[in-house]
Design a binder for this molecule. Structure first.
Ligand SMILES: N[C@@H](CCC(=O)N[C@@H](CSS)C(=O)NCC(=O)O)C(=O)O
Length: 417
């Protein structure tokens, strides 16, 4: 039996027997359906491989070397043929990143195996791979068209399947252009719900893809889930700056659609339900990044502001709005307390710190500490004058307050659900 993998078929496309390994690079070989368990066992035990990754879906015959004498670690990473998602691809890339190399990637026809190998190679250029096993510098990533050209030169089997070609290209567009060519240290999106004029924020560490979602709205659940999937993010926390009175949060409903994340709310609300109850000074981590929790009560008793680790951004919920602030006439609202919260916890941040509000009713998106300290017509007044302004706002009650508040005390899950 050969001690090296059989190197056959570079450039031979569909004529390649699927049970012969195809060498893609020195680190990756591909294999399709193998007739018997023994054949696969021999190939792995006598080959150069230090790991095997099997991508067969649950409905397919999956042959993994099961013999105890086989010391090569074998990983089963189910990929249903029709269910390739960006999030799944992100997880497969993480599996490839941690696999001892060289690895043998297996599926029925080498289509899935070669497309996943292609994604890894495009985001781990050979020079970077020589130095370390993790992703290379993002400037070195292959552009999507370049990756397809490279796949053609190598004769990778997935090129026979146009759906997979498009999927590889689209994933690389999302990863290379959207994530990497922006700030390499933070992925950030501001999202808007036209109905309630609510802003939702999606933040992620581009290196680990761990993400947090701030103030998601029930009616926008599908949009937010799609974005998380499209960008290949792994949601860790879905958090609310406060118990909203004008709309229902999606954090509870999201838990029925997506696994592995925690809902977050202030510990201040008595009787409220959430996976994690936070208080002033806590930190919420996503990858190598975190947001610091600052208590900013006044609009409601449990309002929080989330401040990014480097103090370049803060998410103020309704404590501070652009050129305004949240009303203080219900849910333990207290104008004097809000004044102290804003000056003590928000206006004390660096002048350049960008402030992202929970709502805007006039089409504005972002402000800074410096701008608000100069132009916020309510908060630049003295405390007494501020309290007086707030007493005389005479705003109509939010239309959905009676439904929204009780629902949001339970992450948006209503009694009849
Ligand atoms: N018309 C909307 C509610 C508008 C409103 O009251 N907004 C709140 C924040 S959401 S509770 C607020 O604090 N506004 C301050 C302001 O100065 O406008 C509805 O019916 O939902």
């Amino acid at each position: 039996m050969s001690t090296q993998p059989v190197v056959c078929c570079e450039g031979e496309g569909s004529d390649v027997p699927t049970h012969c390994p195809t060498t893609v690079t020195k680190d990756f070989d591909l294999i399709g359906a193998v007739e018997t368990q023994e054949k696969l066992h021999d190939l792995v035990v006598n080959g150069k491989y230090r790991s095997v990754i099997n991508l067969c879906g649950p409905a397919e015959v999956c042959r993994l070397p099961t013999d105890k004498k086989c010391k090569v670690p074998c990983v089963q990473a189910h990929v249903d043929k029709g269910k390739l998602s960006y999030a799944l691809a992100a997880r497969l890339l993480a599996t490839l990143e941690s696999a001892p190399l060289p690895t043998l990637i297996q599926c029925q026809s080498k289509w899935r195996a070669s497309s996943v190998a292609m994604l890894h190679i495009a985001t781990h250029p050979p020079d970077a791979a020589e130095q370390h096993h993790g992703p290379g510098s993002r400037d070195q990533w292959m552009a999507p068209d370049e990756a397809i050209e490279w796949a053609k030169e190598k004769g990778l089997p997935f090129l026979e399947n146009q759906i997979l070609v498009d999927w590889v290209k689209n994933f690389l567009v999302a990863r290379c252009q959207n994530l990497a060519r922006e700030d390499p240290n933070l992925f950030f999106r501001q999202l808007f719900d036209r109905e309630s004029c609510t802003y939702t924020y999606l933040l992620a560490d581009p290196k680990t893809r761990d993400a947090v979602l701030i103030d998601p709205v029930l009616e926008c659940l599908d949009r937010d889930l799609e974005m998380i999937d499209e960008y290949g993010l792994v949601l860790k926390y879905a958090m609310n700056t406060h118990c909203h009175a004008d709309h229902i949060t999606s954090t509870g409903m999201m838990k029925t659609k997506l696994d592995g994340f925690c809902s977050v709310l202030s510990a201040t609300y008595e009787g409220a339900k959430a996976d994690v109850k936070v208080k002033h000074g806590d930190c919420i981590y996503f990858g190598d990044r975190f947001v610091e929790v600052r208590a900013t009560p006044g609009h409601t008793g449990g309002c929080l502001t989330f401040v990014l680790d480097d103090h370049s951004m803060a998410f103020t919920g309704d404590a501070l709005l652009i050129r305004g602030c949240g009303r203080t006439d219900f849910q333990s609202g207290d104008a004097a307390l809000l004044y102290k919260s804003v000056w003590g916890q928000i206006f004390s941040l660096p002048a350049h710190c960008r402030l992202y509000p929970g709502h805007d009713y006039k089409g504005r998106q972002v402000t800074t500490v410096w701008e608000e300290r100069l132009h916020n017509t309510r908060l630049i007044k003295g405390e007494d004058e501020f309290v007086n302004i707030m007493k005389n706002l005479n705003l109509p009650k939010p239309a959905r307050i009676d439904v929204a508040v009780p629902a949001n005390m339970k992450c948006g899950v209503q009694d009849d659900e």
